[in-house]
Design a protein. Structure first.
Ligand code: ATP
Length: 478
């Protein structure tokens, strides 16, 4: 949203900026790219690392009821039998029988059709109401290809797990899967963690890692890819507390996004209807963000009951329960699962931060990122490349980078250097100029307000640390 209140962001602009500034680009580009797979470049790595670090800070460092885990991507194949993925982790695939032969997810087409129908009904109702009559009923139930209008095949259940083989033999016995979610690595380690972590329910296990899904229709840049990173928690609670903890986690996770700058009116909660929920889940709430393509899931928070632990206990013939050493009470904990995507969150933060404005007749593109998320916190720039300014600027930079990620840039005009920093979202800029050489003060520029203040070099580090720790609100909120 620029100053005039219009949201200027589009997915194309985000993709363009990501490529231009080396955040994220097409994977295997020199071979023409591999569909829907992306590589993160320097600033993308730093931004996503900050997203993950903020997640760890909130779910682990600032709590005392969580432990960390990093489980292997390859797991015993029985895991996926127990979890139900082998049987049920499928999407209904339909293929166009007309000209384009494209493949689609039938459920997505039905959702889109239902939405279009609801809109059309509302319009028809309005027209009918105006005419004093009733809207005509009886829409066509049959789905057609959205691309070319061709007929579609019967749906076929398509398993989303990537399969591979372990060892030299490629037979049924060597078949393993790339995990489609990190969650199962947590469940199979429940007993290990109980033993060494000295925790009792309610407590959680948190994990960040790659997951793989052979999605039928990946797309919207890094929103839906076949290889992605998840940030997942399995939070184990006494069964009677499950409902309460579910509500607490929904509130906590929503607050995490707004604390890091996402505009509250671009976030919404969506409760899954009964027909949509997995058979084991008694409640699932999605946190949705208003992406350029519309409201879409950022994170799901499910109340999974005791399904997972009970299944693994059955398949592994292990007791997966909590036994209170004092009272002897034993039970299978229920599980609340806040499951977020690191790539989707990174994309949402970029989308929300993207802005364009006119400054002195020139267009400025910038990312108004929360300073804690920004890949670089401060850029140190000599005004001119002579008169001792670069040397002193380098000194200032060397001092600052011990405290926070900083950059030193001497290349090109000062305006061009600032435009570059604005586009990567650097919240503060320090300019060393002729006055610095006399009184050891520098200009400190604020990315969002463009306000410039004069500050002594000796006070700079402490001032920037103070600003970095301060609460922050998106300037788009006005
Ligand atoms: P969707 O309905 O969008 O396919 P889902 O409900 O299958 O998502 P979950 O299984 O709940 O997703 O996964 C938890 C989180 O992992 C999602 O909220 C999302 O942030 C992330 N995620 C899931 N699938 C993908 C993907 N293909 N690409 C990127 N992130 C993903």
């Amino acid at each position: 949203m620029a100053a005039n209140g219009r949201d200027v962001v589009t997915m194309d602009k985000i993709v363009g900026l990501c490529k231009r500034r080396g955040f994220i680009f097409q994977s295997s580009e020199i071979y023409g790219g591999l569909a829907s797979t992306y590589d993160y470049g320097h600033y993308g790595v730093l931004l996503k690392a900050n997203v993950k670090a903020e997640w760890w800070r909130a779910v682990l460092q600032e709590r005392d009821d969580m432990v960390a885990l990093d489980a292997a991507i390859l797991m015993h194949p029985r895991t996926w039998e127990a979890s139900g993925h082998l049987e049920g982790f499928t999407d209904p695939l339909v293929q166009c029988l007309g000209k384009c032969k494209k493949r689609w997810r039938e459920d997505h087409l039905r959702e889109a059709e239902a939405e279009a129908e609801a809109e059309a009904d509302a319009d028809a109702d309005a027209v009918a109401a105006e005419a004093g009559g009733e809207a005509a009923a009886g829409a066509n139930e049959e789905l057609r290809c959205p691309e070319c209008g061709g007929e579609l095949s019967e749906p076929r259940n398509f398993n989303l797990m990537f399969e591979t083989h372990m060892g030299p033999l490629q037979d049924e016995g060597s078949r393993v899967f790339l995990r489609p979610e990190t969650a199962q690595g947590i469940f199979v380690n429940f007993k290990n963690v109980l033993q060494f972590a000295r925790k009792r329910p309610p407590f959680g296990i948190a994990q960040v890692g790659k997951a793989f899904r052979n999605e039928i229709t990946p797309g919207n840049f890094v929103f839906r890819t076949r290889e992605f990173e998840q940030m997942e928690i399995e939070f184990f609670v006494p069964p009677s507390q499950a409902r309460d903890w579910h509500e607490r986690w929904v509130a906590d996770r929503l607050r995490w996004y707004t604390d890091l700058g996402l505009r509250p009116d671009h976030l919404q909660l969506r409760e899954h209807g009964e027909d949509e929920r997995s058979h084991y889940s008694s409640a699932t709430s999605d946190i949705e963000y208003l992406f350029p393509m519309g409201w879409s899931e950022l994170e799901g928070i499910a109340n999974r009951g005791d399904f997972d632990l009970a299944q693994h206990a059955k398949f592994a013939r292990e007791k997966l329960e909590y036994v209170d050493s004092g009272t002897g009470e034993r039970y299978v904990p229920h599980v609340i699962e806040p499951s977020a995507g690191a790539d989707r969150a990174t994309l949402a933060f970029m989308v929300d931060a993207y802005d364009e404005e006119q400054v002195e007749g020139r267009e400025r593109v910038l990312l108004r990122l929360h300073p804690r998320l920004a890949p670089v916190k401060v850029a140190v720039l000599p005004l001119v490349n002579k008169d001792g300014q670069p040397e002193l600027a380098r000194e200032v930079y060397s001092e600052l980078r011990r405290r926070m990620p900083a950059e030193f840039d001497t290349g090109g005009s000062i305006g061009k250097r600032y435009r570059r920093q604005d586009e990567i979202g650097t919240p503060w800029g320090v300019t060393v100029d002729h006055r610095t050489m006399e009184d050891r003060t520098v200009t400190l520029r604020d990315r969002d307000s463009l306000e410039q203040t004069r500050i002594a070099i000796d006070e700079l580090g402490a001032e920037l640390e103070r600003r970095l720790a301060a609460p922050w609100m998106s300037p788009k909120l006005g």
